[in-house]
Design a protein around this ligand. Structure first.
Ligand code: ZN
Ligand code: ZN
Length: 242
């Protein structure tokens, strides 16, 4: 059996040589597709405290009392707390790009390990009842063929032994890409973009909202607003990067 397995891996290496998404070095002897090599993966730095106790922004000072980051002192997001696992730069940028636009969907499984480790360190998982991914508009979903946030949420849920529910939030507005917009425009862009479909599924529950990137927080804010209005007890937000 062992010999056969080795032979199959050897054949697979020959027919579909796997290269690391980041450094392009061949990944040998493993039946994996769309992966980051162990060297590169080990170099991804997870965000460590101190971070803002509200939005999760990395700070270079310990927040005292209710004071969070400069933004949260004057503004209120609808989510109770947000967390971002790592910074949106370097390899993480490459990975998210390959996942979203290069359709390397198996990367979601690999990076969900980072999200899971982060959750164990900084979230009270006993408080989480349900994981909800930020949805794509159905037209965008059809174009892309998948929702990267849903893939991340499902992989994370498997690792944390929690359940996901994609039947909760609906994106009714096909918002334009947020990347070139400033904060005000982003807020306008996502205003009324989401609606809650099955309020009974989340009533009184604590939700962990999952998305790939935290930019200004307006998307997560809009989702949290809708979830709270539909009766969610708490809404925590987790993104892979920020
Ligand atoms: Zn590599
Ligand atoms: Zn903050």
């Amino acid at each position: 059996m062992e010999q056969l397995k080795k032979y199959l891996i050897y054949l697979l290496d020959l027919v579909f040589p796997q290269k690391c998404i980041c450094c392009k070095v061949k990944i040998r002897g493993k039946i994996i597709l769309d992966a980051v090599c162990q060297d590169c993966f080990g170099k991804i730095k997870m965000t460590r405290p101190p971070f803002c106790t509200h939005c999760g922004m990395k700070l270079d000072f310990e927040p005292s009392g209710k004071k969070g980051c400069p933004f949260c002192r004057n503004n209120n997001y609808c989510f109770d707390r947000a967390f971002s696992v790592t910074r949106y730069e370097g390899m993480v940028k490459t990975i998210i790009h390959a996942l979203k636009y290069g359709k390397k969907i198996r990367l979601a499984e690999q990076v969900s390990a980072l999200m899971s480790a982060f959750c164990h360190d900084f979230l009270n998982l006993k408080e989480v009842d349900l994981i909800v991914p930020v949805p794509l508009h159905k037209r965008r979903f059809k174009e892309r063929g998948f929702n990267q946030s849903q893939l991340l949420a499902e992989s994370l849920a498997r690792r944390l032994c929690l359940t996901t529910c994609k039947q909760v939030l609906l994106r009714r507005k096909n918002t334009r890409s947020q990347t070139r917009l400033d904060r005000r425009q982003r807020l306008d862009n996502v205003n009324n973009a989401f609606t809650c479909k099955n309020a009974q599924l989340i009533s009184g529950k604590s939700i962990l909202l999952v998305d790939d990137i935290f930019t200004t927080g307006s998307t997560l804010d809009a989702c949290a607003h809708v979830l709270k209005k539909a009766g969610a007890k708490n809404v925590y937000a987790l993104t892979l990067a920020r």
